[in-house]
Write a protein that binds this ligand. Structure first.
Ligand SMILES: Cc1ncc(COP(=O)(O)O)c(C=O)c1O
Length: 408
């Protein structure tokens, strides 16, 4: 007898749907397509030799430890390094405030498990990170989308959302995925104050904060919040997350969360149930790679590479895109956000773009309620300047054709 699988799945699985956008994006995986769709770092600058040396050092010095099971909290030297880096913002976290996760995506899933009951509201930016929506849909989240502008979340709108009684606010403060927008200092202060006043935690997701190509670093929400709580690392209102995926290599699947100790203890229990711990070997090797300021120096190198790519993309868009199309000018990160004329549908445009062998992500994917049909996300970190020139030329000519046909 054939197993009737559909009757065996858990209720929550019914929320899993294959999306039109995901189906479309499969088309962009053909090898001859110039893809601005993924959020991939440039593989040609991965520090492969440093990793080779680090693997040898780890195996020679702590090989048996590195190949063994280890604590769910993570490798102590790596947690210490992460706490020390966070404390450069004038706060005072210790390793008990740090949990290593298998990618920030795991952190997002843990947040869903810890905070979201079926039907709970979560405040998100409009647009927001698609992977967070995917993680939290599973737990039955409902979303309150707060409008953003070139300075990030619009604070009056946030206050209205807080009155509805959400479980937490999800914010991507730096070079947001997908829009590239950065939350201004003034608004960060307001967000922290409002969250505190309404007693609603902030989840600060910050994979791109160190990838800044111009302008000055803006203090993190966790740092601003910590000052509201007399720098007590266990009294704050923020769960912070970042990842080595964008700083070193996504294949490591290595990221971290920083939070008050009582919250970290809950995440540790979830971690035990999920995967016991993140790969000991990867943690030891990453520590060996990152130590002695190597990571800071390496980040300067990738910032140089991404800045050049971003600039080439800006130049080409200025030159070729029709004036009916606008886009953000992020000071860092990996993405920019295009806005097409109201009547243009980015998903339809993608089908035509794939025929011309170029791809992007339609913006509606980054909204829980499917709005934003005339928007798109474009990645500039992955393709070489030559490929960017070619890809933006193809996209630009397609956009011109579309505008011309509509005017006729
Ligand atoms: C905002 C944001 N959060 C989380 C992630 C997931 O990162 P990781 O590779 O650490 O799982 C990404 C990856 O693109 C991201 O852009």
């Amino acid at each position: 007898m054939q197993t009737p699988w559909e009757y065996r799945y858990a209720h929550r699985i019914q929320t899993l749907r294959s999306s039109v956008i995901r189906e479309l994006l499969k088309l962009t995986e053909q090898p001859d397509i110039i893809s601005f769709a993924g959020g991939l770092p440039a593989p040609e600058v991965f520090p492969v030799d440093r990793f080779k040396d680090a693997c040898n050092i780890v195996l020679e010095t702590i090989g048996r430890q590195a190949l063994q099971y280890s604590a769910s909290e993570g490798y102590i030297p790596l947690r210490q390094l992460i706490a020390d880096n966070a404390n450069k913002e004038g706060v005072s976290f210790d390793i008990n405030n740090v949990l290593i996760t298998s990618g920030s995506q795991q952190g997002l899933d843990f947040i869903g498990r810890l905070f979201i009951n079926q039907g709970d509201y979560v405040v998100v930016e409009s647009p927001t990170y698609l992977g967070a929506l995917q993680a939290w849909n599973m737990y039955g989240a409902q979303y309150i989308s707060v409008a953003t502008d070139e300075h990030g979340l619009i604070v009056d709108e946030l206050e209205k959302a807080l009155r509805i009684g959400p479980k937490f606010i999800y914010v991507l403060p730096n070079f947001q995925n997908p829009s590239g927008v950065t939350l201004s200092l003034e608004r960060r202060r307001e967000v922290v104050t409002l969250a505190d006043r309404y007693g609603v935690p902030i989840v600060e997701d910050d994979p791109y904060g160190h990838l800044r190509y111009e302008g000055k670093h803006i203090p993190s929400l966790f740092a601003l919040d910590s000052h509201y709580h007399n720098l007590d690392p266990n009294a704050g209102n923020v769960v912070y997350m970042s990842t080595y995926s964008k700083l070193l290599a996504p294949g490591l699947r290595l990221a971290w969360m920083i939070a008050p100790e009582q919250v970290i203890r809950k995440f540790v229990m979830l971690k035990q149930g999920a995967d016991l711990h993140t790969s000991t070997f990867n943690q030891c090797v990453t520590y060996e790679v990152a130590r002695d300021n190597y990571l800071d120096e390496y980040v300067k190198v990738i910032c140089g590479v991404y800045k050049e790519r971003r600039n080439v993309m800006f130049e080409m868009m200025d030159e070729i895109f029709p004036q009916e199309v606008s886009w953000t000018h992020p000071q860092g990160g990996m993405f920019l956000w295009g806005v097409l004329p109201e009547w243009m549908d980015a998903a339809e445009l993608l089908k035509k773009a794939v025929e011309k062998k170029v791809a992007f992500v339609p913006g509606s994917a980054f909204h829980p309620n499917g709005v934003g049909k005339n928007t798109l996300r474009i990645n500039f970190s992955y393709s070489s300047p030559e490929i960017i020139r070619e890809g933006i030329t193809r996209l630009g000519f397609l956009l011109r054709e579309e505008v011309k046909t509509a005017v006729k």
